[in-house]
Write a protein that binds this ligand. Structure first.
Ligand code: UDP
Length: 234
């Protein structure tokens, strides 16, 4: 196996499947099965889940809710998604811990780095909820930060497209996919991989990112085994 400890970032939007809102049960189950394949191979897995299918802080401003309040609502949304993933994983026999960036004692543990690492060593899948626990950040930033903290080998950004393209492949048919890019190339070409905070954290800590299609069965396992799929940023 190429990687021993991975951080898998899943967007909230991916969870809603085709329905355009909330959590799609089929998608949830599918993701749990994909994670199981790598856990069964002995890989240590941490997951950061977004909340965009339920609420985004930016969205709050349109509804008259102030930004910081909106961001906390977004963090709560990630916890809801985290609880859903936790259930899906437990249903198929995987031990999990949901760790939050803010205190929600009745529901999950607070993120404590040493404890998180211990869970991984015991082959429990950790799900990081509530981002980093501070407003004005995204779950991409949480993914980078937690990955650095737990010394993950790589951040795997699971999306519905199979990598980073020269233009938006859903809009521009001539867009081509990159197989790998250096951090500098991403900046020079002005490509959108993650928000700047998240991207910089990975760059400065020499933590590679792979953007890949999480919806294709087997892709996660293939990546972890060392197959070249998606786009590697290093
Ligand atoms: N959020 C935040 N701090 C964090 C992580 C998330 O304030 O550390 C809020 C922010 O409002 C964000 C929302 O939670 O819009 C949901 O996360 P995100 O937009 O990253 O979800 P995704 O796009 O991955 O579904």
């Amino acid at each position: 196996m190429k990687y021993q400890r991975i951080l898998l970032k899943l967007s909230g939007e991916a969870l809603m499947g085709e329905q355009g809102y909330g959590i799609d049960s089929g998608r949830l189950q599918q993701y749990a099965e994909e994670v199981k394949k790598v856990v069964d191979a002995g890989i240590q897995v941490a997951i950061v889940i977004g909340g965009g299918n339920i609420f985004r802080g930016m969205q709050a401003e349109d509804t008259g809710i102030d930004r910081v309040q909106g961001d906390y609502m977004g963090m709560m949304a990630t916890l809801i998604n985290g609880m859903a993933i936790q259930s899906a994983l437990e249903k198929i026999g995987i031990y999990t811990r949901l760790m939050s960036g803010i205190k929600v004692d009745q529901v999950c543990e607070l993120f404590i780095r040493r404890r998180a690492i211990r869970h991984l060593e015991k082959n429990r899948v950790i799900i990081f909820g509530a981002g980093i626990g501070s407003p004005y950040f995204t779950t991409d930033s949480a993914a980078s930060l937690r990955a650095v903290e737990i010394e993950a080998n790589v951040v795997l950004k699971g999306t519905r497209v199979d990598g980073v393209y020269s233009a938006d492949p859903e809009k521009d048919p001539s867009a081509s996919r990159f197989t790998d890019l250096t951090f500098e190339e991403v900046l020079k070409k002005g490509l959108n991989v993650m928000d700047m905070t998240a991207f910089t954290l990975c760059k400065e800590n020499h933590l590679p990112i792979i953007v890949f299609d999480m919806n294709k069965p087997g892709n996660l396992f293939r990546l972890v085994s060392g197959d070249k799929i998606g786009t590697l940023i290093y």
